[in-house]
Design a protein around this ligand. Structure first.
Ligand SMILES: NC(=O)c1ccc[n+]([C@@H]2O[C@H](COP(=O)([O-])OP(=O)(O)OC[C@H]3O[C@@H](n4cnc5c(N)ncnc54)[C@H](OP(=O)(O)O)[C@@H]3O)[C@@H](O)[C@H]2O)c1
Length: 278
């Protein structure tokens, strides 16, 4: 049966699409604007807005499994449409925020948990992916890197930066074999790595020096709001980064356990993404 990949233009969604195509699967790709999708030959494209359930019927027609992004609203509509279409398994891209002890106070965790709970109560099978911080977050440094500097309020925060292709490889394995039903999988990269170390690796890979400049939390929050974060979110993220300067994020073996391969390092990510910083 067909596998629907939502968010097929996104960093993770595109990697899922490519991995499923490489595995010879029958794949359909969705975006809110299918005309903006550039997909491999043989992949069907469809427009679908997860927050407007009335747009989902065509996307879900004949679909057995779905790779799903967490949406802000409309999950009940998605569940109804997926049930009506006969979907058997949904693999959700959620967040490690829902696994953290202080998650009740976290807006990011509450948003993701609402979707996790709606899927857990749905009549079809679900698997929840709970990745920690993405290596792709450093794409947000592109402007700074062009100026020869990386700016951060907590440069020594150590996080288990995960490559989007490792999340995608886990999702792909599960979408194909229907395993890990009812599980929540905490996904991380191979080791805790600080922002300062990520900047040093990028400098090495890009072949140019990069200074690290420390921002105040207020300056960092202002920059995140300018990038489009709702104002209540940056303080939460900054608190997590402050915490991981004292105690690095946990790393797990889940990527290796599911895929059989070690998670990719930040250096591998940087080498693959060199052109994105050109
Ligand atoms: N960044 C992190 O460190 C981190 C850590 C843990 C979890 N996460 C999770 O991962 C997500 C980001 O993944 P990413 O980097 O792959 O994202 P991304 O590159 O920003 O892509 C987001 C995708 O979501 C789609 N989308 C947005 N609103 C939609 C809607 N209403 N209906 C259908 N599709 C919609 C977009 O598709 P179109 O624009 O084509 O419609 C886009 O392809 C976060 O939102 C969070 O849930 C992130």
């Amino acid at each position: 049966m067909t596998i629907l990949v939502t968010g097929a233009r996104g960093n993770v969604g595109r990697a899922v699409l490519d991995a499923l195509v490489a595995a010879g699967q029958d794949v359909r790709a969705s975006s809110r604007d299918a005309t903006a999708l550039d997909v491999p030959d043989g992949v069907a494209k469809v427009s679908a807005d997860l927050e407007s359930p009335e747009t989902l019927d065509a996307a879900l027609d004949g679909v057995g499994s779905v790779f799903l992004y967490t949406q802000r609203q409309g999950i009940d509509g998605f569940v109804k449409a997926a049930e009506a279409a006969g979907v058997r398994h949904v693999v959700l891209l959620s967040s490690a925020a829902t696994l953290e002890p202080q998650s009740a106070q976290s807006r990011i965790a509450r948003l993701h948990r609402a979707v996790e709970e709606a899927l857990a109560a749905a009549p079809f099978a679900e698997t929840v992916l709970n990745p920690g911080a993405f290596a792709t977050n450093t794409l947000g440094w592109r402007q700074d890197i062009a100026e020869g500097v990386v700016r951060s309020a907590h440069p020594d925060s150590r996080i288990g930066a995960i490559h989007e292709r490792d999340i995608a490889d886990v999702a792909t394995r599960i979408l194909i074999d229907g395993s890990h039903v009812g599980e929540a999988l905490a996904l991380t990269g191979p080791e805790p790595i600080s922002f300062r170390e990520q900047a040093a690796i990028l400098a090495d890979v890009l072949g140019r020096p990069l200074a690290v400049e420390e921002l105040t939390p207020e300056q960092a929050a202002e920059r995140m709001v300018a990038l489009g974060f709702p104002p209540e979110v940056p303080p939460e993220i900054l608190r997590a980064w402050a915490r991981t300067t004292r105690e690095p994020s946990l790393v797990t073996n889940v990527v290796r356990d599911v895929t059989g391969a070690a998670p990719r390092t930040f250096r591998q990510w940087a080498e693959e993404h060199r052109a994105d910083f050109a």
